[in-house]
Design a protein around this ligand. Structure first.
Ligand SMILES: Cc1cc2nc3c(=O)[nH]c(=O)nc-3n(C[C@H](O)[C@H](O)[C@H](O)COP(=O)(O)OP(=O)(O)OC[C@H]3O[C@@H](n4cnc5c(N)ncnc54)[C@H](O)[C@@H]3O)c2cc1C
Length: 398
C-alpha cells in the first residue's frame, strides 16, 4: 500500500500542470494514468491534437518550470474572424504584445510537463493504472486500481478528462448538453503561407478554423459541423475533401490538401454540479467541457490547476483536503467557467443562426467592432488571459 499526500488521477496537461505547481513543496504526490505511454510522439509530421494557448497558460507553464522544455511552438500574431460580409481582425501590436498566443501540439505539452516532473523526487508516476474504486475513510481516500493495487491520499484530484471516473465514483452529478456539432480535425498543407495568423470562418451551420503550425504552409483545422455533415466529410475522397475545404475557406490560403487522417468526435457541453467534496477536487475536462470555438477548454483547465495550487499553498496551516479551502476553489473557478460557457453559448447562437436580420446585424457588428480599437483590446485581453480573476501563477511576467 502506497501512502501519499496528493493523488492526481489523470496525467493529461491539466493534472501534470497541477502536480508541477505542487512539486518540491514537501508533498508526496502520486500521478496515475491508464495509458502506458504518457506522451507518444505523433505518427505524422504534426499531432492532430493542437491547442491555442493563451498568455495566461504560457505564464503558468513558465512558472511551473515547463515552458523551457517545449520543443516547438507556433506563435500567432494576428487573428481573423469572418463571415460573408462581416470581418474582424486582431493584431498583437494593437495590444503591445509580441504575439496573441501559441498553437501547440498536445505531445509537446505533455512531454514538457513529464520532463519537468521527472526531476522531482516527491513525485511517483503510476502508468497503466486505471482507477477502479474510491473509498473515503478517516479523512483520506483509499484508492483501488484495477490491478488491485491500493493507495491512500489526503487529497484526490480528478483530472481524468471528460468521462471522469473520479467524478463518477465520487457521486458528483453532471449537467451535460449536446452541442449537436462534431469537431472534425486534421492537418493540412496550404498553397499560401499562413503568415502566423489564426483564422476562423463562420459558415452558417458550421465553423471552420485554420490554426497556423510551425511550418509556414501547414495548418491544423478544426471544422465544427452538424453530425450528419461530419459523417459526409469523413466519407469524401481525399480529393473531394480538399476541394470542399479550399472552397469553404474561400481559398484564403489557396488550395489546401490533407496531410493527416481526419478525426471527428461529438462536442458536448459538460459542467459538474460540484467541483469539490471533502478531500477531493475536480479540474480540467473532468469539471467542464466547452465548445472549441474560442479554443479555451485547456486554458480553463490550466487556470483550475494554478488556482487550486495557489489556495492549497496559501492555506498550508489547514489540513490538506480541508473543505473550506476546496470550496473557495470551487466558487472561484465555477464562476469563471460559467461566464466563459455563457459567452460561448451567446457566440454560438449569434453565429449559428441563419435568420436574415440577425445575420445582417452580426455582419454589421463585426465590421463596426473592427474599427473600434478599444473594444478589440478589451476582447483580446480577456481572451488572452491578461485580465480577469487570475491565479498568481498566470500573472507573472516573463
Ligand atoms: C476539437 C477540439 C479542439 C480544442 N481546441 C482547444 C484549444 O485550442 N485550446 C484549448 O485551450 N482547449 C482546446 N480544447 C479543449 C482541450 O482539448 C481540453 O480541455 C483539454 O485537453 C483537457 O485536458 P485534461 O488534462 O483536463 O483532460 P485530458 O486531456 O482528457 O486528460 C485526462 C487524462 O486522464 C487519463 N484517464 C482517463 N480516465 C482515467 C482513469 N479511469 N484512470 C486513470 N487515468 C485516466 C487519460 O488517459 C488522460 O491522460 C479543444 C477540444 C476539442 C474537442
Amino acid at each position: 500500500m502506497q501512502i501519499v499526500d496528493l493523488a492526481v488521477i489523470g496525467a493529461g496537461a491539466v493534472g501534470m500542470t497541477f502536480a508541477a505547481a505542487m512539486r518540491d513543496k514537501g508533498f508526496k504526490i502520486a500521478i496515475l494514468d491508464d495509458k502506458a505511454n504518457l506522451c507518444p510522439p505523433p505518427q505524422t509530421a504534426f499531432d492532430s491534437r493542437v491547442f491555442a494557448l493563451t498568455r495566461a497558460s504560457e505564464r503558468i507553464f513558465e512558472s511551473v518550470g515547463a515552458w523551457e522544455f517545449f520543443e516547438r511552438n507556433s506563435p500567432f500574431q494576428s487573428m481573423e474572424v469572418w463571415e460573408n460580409d462581416g470581418h474582424i481582425q486582431f493584431f498583437c501590436d494593437e495590444l503591445g504584445e509580441p504575439n496573441l498566443g501559441y498553437i501547440t501540439e498536445l505531445w509537446v505539452i505533455l512531454r514538457a510537463l513529464a520532463q519537468t516532473l521527472q526531476t522531482s523526487s516527491d513525485i511517483k508516476f503510476f502508468t497503466n493504472s486505471k482507477i477502479a474504486a474510491l473509498k473515503f475513510q478517516q479523512n483520506q481516500y483509499l484508492i483501488t486500481l484495477d490491478n488491485g493495487e491500493e493507495l491512500t491520499a489526503n487529497l484526490v484530484i480528478g483530472a481524468d478528462g471528460a468521462n471522469s471516473k473520479v467524478r463518477e465514483l465520487a457521486g458528483i452529478s453532471l449537467n451535460s448538453k449536446e452541442y449537436h456539432h462534431h469537431a472534425l480535425v486534421a492537418t493540412v498543407q496550404t498553397e499560401l503561407p499562413h503568415q502566423m495568423t489564426a483564422r476562423q470562418r463562420f459558415l452558417g451551420s458550421s465553423i471552420l478554423a485554420f490554426l497556423p503550425l510551425s511550418e509556414s504552409n501547414s495548418c491544423s483545422i478544426v471544422w465544427s459541423v452538424p453530425p450528419t455533415q461530419a459523417e459526409e466529410l469523413l466519407n469524401l475522397s481525399i480529393e473531394e475533401f480538399n476541394q470542399l475545404l479550399s472552397t469553404s475557406f474561400a481559398h484564403k490560403l489557396g488550395e489546401v490538401s490533407l496531410i493527416s487522417e481526419r478525426f471527428s468526435f461529438p462536442l458536448i457541453k459538460r459542467h459538474s454540479m460540484h467541483y469539490v467534496k471533502p478531500h477531493l477536487a475536480l479540474m480540467g475536462d473532468a469539471a467542464h467541457t466547452i465548445h472549441p470555438l474560442a479554443g479555451q477548454g485547456m486554458n480553463l483547465g490550466l487556470l483550475d490547476a494554478a488556482s487550486l495550487a495557489e489556495l492549497l499553498l496559501q492555506n498550508r496551516n489547514r489540513p490538506l483536503g480541508d473543505f473550506q479551502t476546496l470550496r473557495r476553489y470551487e466558487r472561484w473557478r465555477k464562476t469563471e467557467t460559467s461566464t466563459m460557457m455563457t459567452a460561448m453559448d451567446g457566440f454560438r447562437y449569434l453565429f449559428g443562426n441563419d435568420f436574415l436580420p440577425l445575420k445582417t446585424v452580426r455582419n454589421w457588428g463585426l465590421n463596426l467592432s473592427n474599427q473600434n480599437a478599444f473594444f478589440k483590446r478589451v476582447v483580446m485581453s480577456h481572451a488572452m488571459g491578461l485580465t480577469g480573476n487570475l491565479p498568481i501563477l498566470s500573472r507573472l511576467s516573463y
